[in-house]
Unconditional design. Structure first.
Length: 319
């Protein structure tokens, strides 16, 4: 119970201060589309091979990627500003409205399409995921993106900045350099982290961290310095933080019932950023992020974790 009491007190500290904190999120935004389908029959349309026919009524939509990190911050009570690239299309219009409904100040940049991920659920299991994306390529208006980030850096009053990299094309070294004026927490993608040089925290899952270590062993640049923390998530086993080179502090996972893991990494980053903005120590920030991630996996779909969800996760841990 001592650990549980400490986590409750830690969560209360963050949530009590959240309304006075501001965080800027920049990165690859997307729409998560969820369809609860029903198997109808098998069709032989594919050259005689059986093909399942699924009836998919009433899709549900959620903010995904960097927008999900922003939604989680806003749900925790943090004043949140978001910069990301969308197109003038139905999904882009939906995202603008969803950000407004979630109390997120959204400064959209221009892209050739709005990235959309659709997950089809049948009989409580994911039957299919299909993505609408092609990479921004030359279609991203980079000068406009840079101006949006510069404006948000000036106007948001943020204490902390987050860059959420999903490899869709928003990442630019010029954007990272602007954001390094604040404590910058990066949710990374890929094994070469040199583009994130100057970040305060680089967060990766265990597989991504291993791939980066192998990259460094092959002669790649390791940008981490004594001022850069490395945070690694490891699913149900919890999280850890490298406070100094090879000095790791581990935070065990919370044994909660798992409904779904989509978006848990975004929730963890939101918890990390909220606690960092509140001035907590690095280990405490990871502990709070771990609680937020546990609350996230208890929820269906792509979910924004609220204070009541944190209470439920801690309650489940205490049983």
């Amino acid at each position: 119970m001592e650990v549980l009491d400490r986590l409750r007190a830690l969560s209360q500290r963050v949530l009590a201060r959240a309304a006075d904190r501001r965080v800027l999120v920049v990165g690859d935004v997307m729409v998560d589309r969820w369809v609860n389908g029903e198997f109808v029959k098998e069709s032989g349309e594919l050259s005689g091979r059986p093909c399942p026919v699924i009836r998919c009524p009433n899709p549900q939509y959620a903010l995904g990627g960097a927008a999900n990190a922003a939604a989680n911050l806003a749900a925790l009570g943090v004043r949140t500003t978001l910069v990301g690239a969308i197109a003038k299309d139905p999904m882009g219009d939906w995202m603008i409205g969803a950000c407004e409904a979630s109390d997120i100040e959204f400064w959209p940049a221009r892209a050739p399409l709005t990235v959309t991920k659709t997950r089809v659920i049948v009989a409580d299991g994911m039957a299919l995921r299909y993505d609408v994306e092609s990479g921004y390529g030359d279609g991203l208006d980079v000068p406009f993106l840079e101006s949006r980030v510069a404006h948000a850096m000036r106007s948001s009053g943020a204490q902390v900045a987050v860059f959420s990299d999903y490899g869709k094309g928003t990442l630019r070294r010029s954007v990272i350099e602007q954001m390094c004026e604040l404590p910058l927490l990066v949710d990374q993608k890929g094994d070469d982290w040199s583009v994130y040089d100057g970040a305060t925290v680089i967060k990766a899952n265990s597989q991504e961290s291993l791939e980066h270590d192998k990259f460094v062993e092959r002669g790649g640049v390791d940008v981490r310095s004594c001022k850069t923390y490395k945070v690694v998530t490891n699913g149900a086993h919890g999280m850890c933080i490298e406070l100094n080179r090879n000095e790791w502090v581990r935070v065990g996972g919370l044994p909660v019932p798992v409904c779904n893991t989509v978006g848990a990494g975004d929730s963890a980053m939101a918890g990390l950023a909220a606690a960092w903005a509140c001035g907590l120590e690095p280990r405490e920030c990871v502990e709070f992020a771990n609680v937020v991630a546990a609350a996230s996996v208890m929820l269906p779909g792509t979910a924004a974790v609220r204070p009541a969800d944190i209470a439920a996760a801690l309650g489940a841990y205490g049983r």
